[in-house]
Each structure stands twice: as structure tokens, then as C-alpha cells.
Design a protein around this ligand. Sequence first.
Ligand SMILES: Cc1ncc(COP(=O)(O)O)c(C=O)c1O
Length: 403
Amino acid sequence: MSKSESEADLVAVGGKFLYPNYRQPPFVIVRGKGSELWDKGGKRYLDMHGGIAVSTLGHGHPKLVAAIAAQAAEVIHLSNYFYNEPNIQLAQRLCGLTGMARAFFCNSGAEAMEGMLKLARRHFFDKGQPDRYRIVAFDSSFHGRTLGALAATGQKKYREGFGPLPGVTHVPYGDAAAVRGAMGPDVAGILFEPIQGEGGVLPAPAGFIGELRRIADEHGALLLADEIQTGIGRTGKFLAVQHEGVVPDALALAKGLAGGVPIGAMLCKAELEGVLPPGSHGSTFGGNPLASAAALAVLGALEAESIIENVQARGAELTQGLGDLARKHERWVSTSRGMGLLQALVLRDGVDARGVLEKLREAGLLISIAGASGLRFSPPLVVRREEVAEALAIVDRTLGSLP
Ligand SMILES: Cc1ncc(COP(=O)(O)O)c(C=O)c1O
């Protein structure tokens, strides 16, 4: 296929050769700048999707582009047989930002989850409690698609047909009494998302995360935070647990950490630093210089450009705007919820969410569906005030035009 192939031809070839486990719309995106994307035909889209909460600095951020290019020219990959400078700096930086003592690097959220689950099991194995491996997790959670992360995921649509997926008890999110009821001497850890992202952008009720910390402590179990979607400033603090002043025993990061370059990280407290000795766990690509340099550029820009302050300001506008839209279009919308730049406009049962998504796309707005009917907004954290306003106006017009 030549470079001049038409967009329609490309879509046809993609439809023929790519494994059909996704549902891409019929265009091909070729370029982005900030919170804007363009397809091969030249159509512009406002990106309130952010690559599923990944594109922290937006598209084509000069500092991220320069860091990737400079590191690629030095050395891209070494393996963990050798130290590399950006990875050492990144570990130190992340420990400082999260209050953790150690960082393990991998390549995706699911892989960070696997590392965290293995850490929990091995911790109790080392303490002479090999039967203490059960995890208490939550209904409607999402932790990834690998078998361990999938076992922790509390949604039938992701689990169906892939079982058995043992070792996890799921209880209703936000229900501390149910968590207490599920605890026992075989529980290694309580695993939670501060906001259930894929589950429909469901924030934890106030005080719930602190309650999980207390329950874990009472039972000598570990508190394991999945900050893969909520971390790296997305909710208006570096970690979402920081809104509640809670420090978990270990946490998983991925998505926005390197602004789109694949990366995952599992961080833990000093007490857990001896659990995974050399040879017990690893990853060929994990902590490679390229991804580490990209992550350092993201963390550097977050600070230098006051991006978390932007999340707070744009997040407040989004909260206000989505709330107004929910009231104005109550025929279609049941509620709005979320925090910072992870929010959703939840459509009523029976409204065709995919149909609405398609209409928004035609109008030039990219978002995604979370849960059954949440229109999820997870834009680049550098999104501008007028772009938030433009997105809200498109949603207003689109909902207003529904028959
Ligand atoms: C909370 C949470 N955990 C884990 C994952 C899995 O991450 P990945 O798709 O990078 O494996 C996701 C991805 O959506 C997520 O939102």
C-alpha cells in the first residue's frame, strides 16, 4: 500500500487485516496538536478522549517530542541488566511524588497490576502464610485484561469466557460493611480504584478510601491502589488518593505517565522492598530509557507549566458545564459526575449511547463511553478553557437535536 492510498482504502484494509476486537470509526487519524486531531481527509476533531486518559501533555507537545528524539539518539533500550540514567531519575521522582520508597517499571497498566498482585501474594508467602492470597476488590471495577488483572476486574463483560479467574472476592463499591464482611485470614490485599473509570466514572464516596485503609490495617492486609486512570494529575492532584490523605501500601500507574509512550509502574512502601528479589519478577522493556525519558518530560512539564492547576480550573468548568447540560437535557441525561479532567455525562437507560457518540464524532468531538452509558471526558491535561467550552457547546447542540 502506498502513502497516497485514500482514507477509505486504508479503512478497508484495516477492516480486513486487523484483529476485529475493536470498533474503530471509518477514518484514519494522522496528526495532532494540543487537544486537536486531524484525519487523513483533513477533518478536525476536538480530543476530549485523550487516548483513554493517556495524552497528558496533548499531542505534539514540544518538550515531550524533544525528549523522545534526544533519548532515541542516545540509547533506546538496554534491558534491566544495566542501569540507565532517565530510569533512575524517574524512580526517584515518582517516589517523591507518591510517598512510596521503590518503583518497578513495566509497559502497561495490566502489567503494573500483575506486579502489584504478585507483590501482595509473595509478601505473605515470605511471612510463612502461603495460603494468604485472596484479594478483595469491587463490582464494576476494571484492572486490565491479563488473567491476574482480569480476575480482579469486577465486570462480567470483560470476564466472560476467560475463566476460571479465581482468588478475588468482589463486593459493592463504596460499601465498607461489605468489605469488612469479605475480610478473613486469607486476604492479602484490598484493591481499589479511587474513581472507577471504565465502570462509568464512579468516584468513591467521601471517606470510603480512608475506611479501606483502616480495614486493611485492622486485618494486617495490604491496601493496593489502582491509579492507572486517576493518577498523574488527572483528578487535580498527582494521585487521586491524595484528595483523601490516604497512603496505600502499593500503587499502580500507567496511562498518562509517559504521555502516550507505553509505560507502567508499580510503586511500594519500604516495608515491601525485599519481596521481589532478583529473578522473581521482571520485564524486558520495563524502565527502558526511551519511555523513562518521556515520563520525565511529562513530570517536568506538569510542574513547569502548572498543569495540575489547569486540571483544577478546567475541571471546575467541566463540572459546572456538564451539570448544566444534565439539567437542560434531563430527558436524555440522568446525571453528571467525576473529578478534575475525568468526568462523565451519564445518559438515561434506553438512550442509545453509541448513537450519541457517533453524532458527537460527526460534529467533531471525540469522547468515549464508560460503563453502560457514561459519555466520558478525559481530555489532555493541557486542554484550554475555550476547548472545554467548545466541547460543551457541541454536546449541547447534539443532545438538543436528538429526536
Ligand atoms: C483503572 C485501570 N486499571 C488498569 C487498566 C489497564 O491498563 P492497560 O490497558 O494499560 O493494560 C486500565 C485501563 O483502562 C484502567 O483504567
